[in-house]
Design a protein around this ligand. Structure first.
Ligand code: PGA
Ligand code: ZN
Length: 440
């Protein structure tokens, strides 16, 4: 059973406080027959409006209002009370009790950050107790599918202070033989991108997810630079390397006017650039014609179901359309999307929903309905590599965890390299877009 739970406040990759939870489970006397495991909770910047609630103290004089002492305290009191003595191997029951202790739909009373820390740490302690790897504990002993990384090597939007309006430009090594070769290809491209930026006297400083964040004219510029880097590294764009974009369009959307405003492009062009929903779709179609883009996340804002339907009608049979802020890892919202045929994939961020069971249920719902699932980090991350194991466990086939730079991002890639080594010949690595477009 769960014997002891303890939370503390630690720091994330942006230097903001977050919740760390330690769980001891097992028989006998704690410390002798117990298994202790830890988990640290991540945090977003371009957070969706429908996400589970991250509890912050809002105390002005402390960490600019961002301390999480209330959430920490909730773990040490209410959540400990709810699950100490319960079977650590029954994750579903643990997560149900955690959700019940909170009692709200969006985990706003105890805080999704408090709940998630416990949920993840219990799963880890259980795997430790059974002495099996976390990915096997979560996915079963036949788990062997490694994800194709979506490496965000050029950052914009809310993740950087540059003029790039779309948030993420990612490379996907779809033509790699195996996971470790995929990592090598991405790293080489990343390093060549740095060389190219230097040659052009552009900034090589990085954004929140470790990708470069130079001031560029517009998205075409960003994509053209990435293609150059792919070629300089000796790879064929569209064959070995595919491109994915996260527009994070909710961040560009202006509710009152009902249009998307591109601040960076406006600044560079010296005139205001607005696009409405259908112009956004045309804009993406233009990018698809020019560049080997296979995946587009949050192309439209989080509540424009009609727009999403149109976007999916137009592009859904050509590329992957991922709902992040649209679905927020929430089964109800995904169900709605499936019914309306909005998007064809879901981004899965454990802290958007607050428990491991709910996140895994969302993946299953997607997979049963022909939607792909992409396991994802947050822009505020830590050394915790839980999502690496989760990506393998769910067989999602894709993981989004930033550039191969900064240890908060590489913690996940390094864990996947360990898992790949452990799986050896049994490991599977597949292009998730086979049959989608001829090119990739
Ligand atoms: P966030 O960004 O973690 O800042 O929300 C990641 C994303 O939009 O995918
Ligand atoms: Zn996103």
């Amino acid at each position: 059973p769960v014997r002891r739970i303890h939370a503390r406040q630690v720091l994330d990759s942006r230097g903001n406080p977050t919740v760390e939870v330690e769980v001891t489970a097992g028989e006998g006397i704690v410390g002798i027959h117990g298994y202790t495991a830890r988990a640290i909770v991540p945090s977003g910047a371009s957070t969706g409006r429908f996400e589970a609630v991250e509890l912050r103290d809002g105390e002005k004089g402390k960490y600019l209002g961002l301390s999480v002492e209330k959430a920490v305290n909730n773990v040490n009191t209410k959540l400990a009370e709810a699950i100490v003595g319960e079977n650590a191997l029954d994750q579903m029951n643990i997560d149900r009790l955690l959700a019940e202790a909170d009692g709200t739909d969006n985990k706003s009373s105890i805080g999704a950050n408090a709940v998630l820390g416990v949920s993840l740490a219990v799963a880890r302690a259980a795997a430790e107790g059974l002495r099996i790897p976390l990915y096997q504990y979560l996915g079963g002993c036949h788990t062997r599918k490694l994800p194709v990384p979506m490496m965000n090597i050029l950052n914009g939007g809310r993740h950087a202070d540059n003029t790039v309006d779309l948030q993420e430009f990612m490379i996907m090594p779809v033509g790699a033989e195996d996971f470790s070769e995929g990592i090598r290809m991405c790293v080489e491209i990343y390093q060549f991108l740095k060389i190219i930026l230097k040659e052009k006297n552009l900034s090589t400083a990085v954004g929140d997810e470790g990708g470069f964040a130079p001031d560029l004219e517009d998205s075409r510029d960003a994509l053209a630079l990435i293609i150059q880097a792919v070629e300089r590294a000796g790879y064929e764009p569209g064959k070995q390397i595919a491109i994915a974009i996260d527009a994070a369009a909710s961040e560009l959307y202006e509710e009152e006017k009902g249009v998307y405003y591109f601040p960076g492009e406006s600044k560079m062009k010296g005139k205001d650039v607005f696009r409405d929903s259908s112009e956004m779709i045309e804009y993406y179609e233009g990018l698809l014609e020019e560049f080997p883009v296979v995946s587009l996340e949050d192309g439209l804002e989080e509540d424009d179901w009609e727009g999403w339907k149109k976007l999916t009608e137009r592009l859904g049979d050509k590329i992957q359309l991922v709902g992040d802020d649209l679905f927020v890892t929430n089964k109800k919202r995904l169900t709605c999307g499936i019914r309306l045929q909005a998007a064809n994939a879901v981004l899965v961020k454990v802290n958007q929903i607050g428990t491991l069971t709910e996140a895994m249920d969302t993946v299953r719902l997607a997979q049963e309905n022909g939607y792909r699932a992409v396991i994802s980090h947050r822009s505020g991350e830590t050394e915790d590599s839980f999502i690496a194991d989760l990506a393998v466990a769910t067989g999602a086939g894709q993981i989004k965890t930033g550039a191969p730079c900064r240890s908060d991002r590489n913690a996940k890639y390094n864990q996947l390299l360990r898992i790949a080594e452990q799986l050896g010949e049994n490991g599977e690595y597949q292009n998730p877009f086979k049959g989608f477009s001829e090119e990739t």
